[in-house]
Write a protein that binds this ligand. Structure first.
Ligand code: 4AD
Ligand code: MG
Length: 428
């Protein structure tokens, strides 16, 4: 018989089916063996009656969880079964016996990390992986719909972009190289060729922070467009977010239920998101008793607080003081001393997207670099974007894991990526 996925078998709902996968749960008696079988699509209860399997009973009786098997039998509805269906098995083929599976409900977090490759078989992790896959695809899909061209940049370079102390240094044929922190320096040059560009790639940050919202290697969705201003930039960012959430709601309802995500909350997400300035944000925070003054950077409590105070929804904060910004962010000529920049804050997560209209003027950028005591050194090529036909332009970077964690309602972005890298974990 031809194998189908468990979910296809359940869709069929009656008659003969053949399925295969891994044992998710098992219990037995002298007369029966109940197996909950798991495959990539779902789980289903199977019952094996001893009277039908006398010859194989010893082996069947000794099957442990995560053994791989093939089962053929008759499927029918059964309200007592975990997913509402049961297969009365007529045939079983044991593909491979599993050893004692080293994950149970009492295992501590450290060991769970060591056994991450096995933990990914859990229903929640599998569900999160599927939502992540949808999110990745939707971001590619939507930004391409807007006419952006995917252009890759190297992960290895002899220069850094976002800040020296947070870079990983690697040996490079007797010289030093660094792992990329952002695609942006390349992007700002690339747009003078293709005008609208994007990338989906890992970025690396040697940050020691052990918060639930930081990993040392994250997937970065970065977008850059020639002729774009700040408002257009924010519009692209929020539309990507809205489109992606709609797509997850369409394709992953089952996974969202497994994850116990707040589906009603997701359904309410609607653009345009609220826009406030940094100055307004500071006033709101003061009213809510945060110890903060104009010029201070937000911590995660402030960022998450702001999303909460503004309708428990996404909120754009614009116009940060220039002193808090990188040299490449533009200055708002209508509000001198503040940037044409934004952070998109998500409820429960904080900063999810960071973007700006860039400083297009070579002299101004050189001045900003001097003020910040930055010597671009080997990265001086970056400024060629300003030397040969500079145009107004803007872009942003979205942290994919923060987005996935937000959509799935996860407590940490470490569960939004299959194999998280943190200051204390580089294996498996
Ligand atoms: O705010 P960041 O550092 O901005 C940039 O790198 C810009 N060059 C992006 C651009 O304009 N092209 O990073 C952008 C986003 C953050 O808002 C956050 O969502 C995510 O990347 N991010 C991290 N995610 C997980 N772990 C970390 N350590 C992260 N650092 C940044
Ligand atoms: Mg940032």
């Amino acid at each position: 018989m031809k194998f189908t996925s468990i979910s296809e078998a359940m869709k069929k709902g009656k008659g003969n089916v053949a399925v295969r996968g891994w044992i998710y749960r098992e219990r037995g008696s002298n007369k029966f063996k109940f197996i909950v079988l798991r495959d990539g699509s779902d789980i289903i209860q199977c019952v094996l009656k001893r009277e039908k399997f006398e010859m194989q009973w010893k082996e069947i009786d000794s099957l442990l969880v995560e053994s791989s098997i093939e089962i053929e039998g008759v499927i029918k509805k059964d309200s007592r079964a975990p997913t509402g269906f049961e297969i009365d098995a007529a045939k079983i083929n044991i593909v491979a016996f599993a050893e004692d599976f080293p994950i149970n409900k009492d295992i501590n977090e450290e060991l769970l990390g060591d056994r991450r490759h096995l933990w990914l078989r859990s229903r929640k992790m599998t569900a999160a992986l599927k939502v992540r896959s949808t999110i990745m695809f939707a971001l590619h899909e939507y930004i391409r719909k807007l006419g952006f061209v995917e252009v890759e940049a190297p992960s290895l370079s002899n220069a850094t972009s976002e800040g020296g102390s947070e870079t990983f240094e690697v040996k490079y044929f007797g010289k030093k190289a660094y792992l990329t922190q952002s695609w942006q320096f390349y992007a700002e040059n690339i747009i003078n060729a293709v005008e609208k560009a994007y990338a989906m790639a890992p970025s690396f940050r040697a940050e020691k922070s052990k918060t639930p919202w930081h990993v040392t290697e994250f997937w970065h969705f970065e977008v850059e467009g020639a002729w774009m201003n700040l408002e257009e930039d924010m519009k692209v960012a929020e539309e990507c977010v809205e489109y992606t959430i709609k797509k997850v709601l369409k394709d992953n309802l089952k996974e969202l239920e497994i994850l116990e995500a707040d589906i009603d909350f997701l359904k309410k997400v609607k653009t345009p998101f609220k826009r406030i300035t940094y100055k307004e944000a500071i006033e709101t925070l003061k009213k809510k008793n945060h110890k903060i003054k104009y010029g201070d950077d937000f911590g995660s409590a402030e960022e998450r607080g702001l999303a909460k105070y503004y309708g428990n929804n996404f909120v754009f904060v614009t116009n940060y003081p220039l002193e808090l910004l990188k040299f490449y962010h533009g200055e708002d000529l209508k509000n001198l001393g503040t940037g044409t920049n934004f952070n998109l804050l998500a409820p429960g997560v904080g900063e999810m997207v960071d973007g700006s209209q860039r400083e297009p003027n070579l002299n101004k950028i050189v001045e900003r670099l001097k003020k910040a005591k930055i010597d671009l050194g080997v990265s001086n090529w970056y400024l060629d974007s300003r030397r040969y036909g500079a145009v107004p332009h803007a872009g942003f970077g979205l942290g994919v894991e923060r987005f996935v964690a937000w959509v799935c309602g996860l407590d940490t972005i470490r569960d939004a990526i299959p194999f998280p890298r943190t200051p204390t974990r580089i294996s498996p």
